[in-house]
Design a protein around this ligand. Sequence first.
Ligand code: NIG
Ligand code: FE
Length: 415
Amino acid sequence: MEKYKFIGPIKQLLSMDGLPLKGALKDEELPIIENAGILTKGEHIHIIGNYNEIQQIANSVDAEIIQLQSDYVCLPGFIDAHTHICFSGSRANDYAMRNSGKSYLEIAKAGGGIWDTVTNTRTASQEELCHSVIKRANYLLKNGITTVEVKSGYGLSIAEELKMLRAIKEANLNLESDLVSTCLAAHMLPRDYNGTHEEYLNDITTNLFPTLITEKLTKRIDAFVEQSAFSKQNIKPYFNKAIEMGFDITVHADQFTTSGSEIAVEINAVSADHLEASTDLEIKMLAESDVISVALPGASIGLGCDFTPARKILDAGGALAIASDWNPGSAPMGDLLTQACILGTFEKLSNTEVLAGITTRAAAALKLDDRGKLAPKMIADFCFFSTNNYNEILYHQGKLTPNQVWKRGDLVYSK
Ligand code: NIG
Ligand code: FE
């Protein structure tokens, strides 16, 4: 028998329910329930609504009553739809060199860049990697993030990519939050690979993809489409093979140069992430497609680059999610809420657009239809902020963190 819990009264509950997936959102559209209550049943939401009205239902099902003693704003658990939190080592030296004006090439020559993290990650055991993912996901949980996408991509050989994805799978079994894994074996051509880009990608599709399916390691394939990584021509057959085998596609697109978003649209990828270099042409293409655009402000802050043109994407009618891209190189901060706030400030996004970007629209970027909003049958993932006005949350630019985080109907963090 699934148990009921009745939580409230909640000063403001932002359900994020009923918002359109695409296009600009005004703050007047934000669905707010004042003096709200949540009735959960097991891991799911049974009903949300006015506290007094639900109380009678809660009594009739003999719900456990969890009475809140002060003012809270409640939101769906946040979703970080793009991270690389499975890694070992630090790239603090890259950061210092970059800020001192050293070029990408100079940093790579000094032993930095993605390959440095590959070298470090290869020396870590599966167990060590698993622990590092658990540690980082638990840090995110305290910031209200109850679902985290995690990529491989620092292994870059069949065995090392498998090690990473097995570590992520194992971490998921030992966490309150849910991890969604993605294979990023196409992050760059490994320096120790004795062959061409095409040969490497063929090797991955032939010798890695089948194991991803049999071991249920991931349903998602990603690639870094960029001059320093894989070209559009290289990657199209790779993605097509992945689609044939039943995988969903997500693309590291238009970070420094365009063409990634074009291929994302052509193959109908679930999402195109980064987009800092997207021009009006790419923005229009994305907006007219079903591909979710994912802004990664953490990478702009980490690299000192332009932000993703989020305002233009929304005004063109696109769907915009916001994720942290937490990784040791370009985005070491790992603080989704702070980054989403900053993107909102610089790109002039409404609070509704920012909050939708880390809840309901982030769920769409992971093709998850059971979370990202508070409504009957959704997973009971939510967080409480100690304030009586939801505008305070983004106003504090990430410094107002949740007092309580609930995952699948259980209180998993409180301060
Ligand atoms: O999303 N752009 C490529 N990949 C990562 C960075 C990886 C790294 O620098 O280690 C990103 O920014
Ligand atoms: Fe990334």
